[in-house]
Design a binder for this molecule. Sequence first.
Ligand code: BTN
Length: 265
Amino acid sequence: MNSLQLPCGIYDETLPEDLRPLREFSQASDASYSFVYYGSINSTNDTAKSGDYPAETVIIADAQVNGRGRFTRDWYSPPGVNISMSIALRPADDVPAAALSLLNTAASLAVSRALRAETGLDVWPKWPNDVYIGTRKTGGILSESIILGGRVLRLIIGIGINVNTPGFPAGLKDKATSLTLETGMTYSRGQLIASILREFDQCRRCAPGHVISEWTGMSKTIGSYVYVAGQCGIARALNEDGSLVIALENGEAVTSSGITIAPCH
Ligand code: BTN
């Protein structure tokens, strides 16, 4: 793995070739994002949280040394092949908490829309923060916030996507996939990131009902048997704060954390 490096902009000559489409994207008249690029970094989410970045800064790393998933799981981030990025937002004070929670859903919808459009694959968002192709995971979202005195000062939407990964270590092989493993093609990470940011801009401005219904139509979570806290039920619907409604034998449960999709015995 590379040693950790200093940040640079997307016009630096060290920017990998396949990230260069971001230069054109950042010059487009409607683009509101600025970019910071690192060759190698611990975690783009950690950097986004610790630095004083202006709103709408996108931190991109070619590789992460300590990429994290939910529940502090490791996130596999080798150099040169994947998307590791964090979007730093500064929400206005009057944005309701539910709307902020739903941004996680909006991000997984945006990633699914973008990857479908760019690859033609049947990419789908799995509740709460995964992006799947078939039965294997190709991406994940890690949303984190910095809260002070009850105010959300910063919201970080971390996005990891297995793009051109040629294979996975033993423990991940059966669970993970990449775009290139699915199609045999090599993708430009810059083009995919631009497409994700365009979709995210749309999805985050949509009415909650629209995000929920489009996500529900695309996801295979709703209608599936799921286990939650040792009980089996059927995932029925998504709430406006992104939580999941599950019909159990003896009533209804609402959860904001992990479920397992598996047939009940
Ligand atoms: C998950 O599936 O549990 C979420 C994975 C999120 C990984 C991304 S990669 C960019 C950002 N930086 C991190 O350390 N994690 C997120």
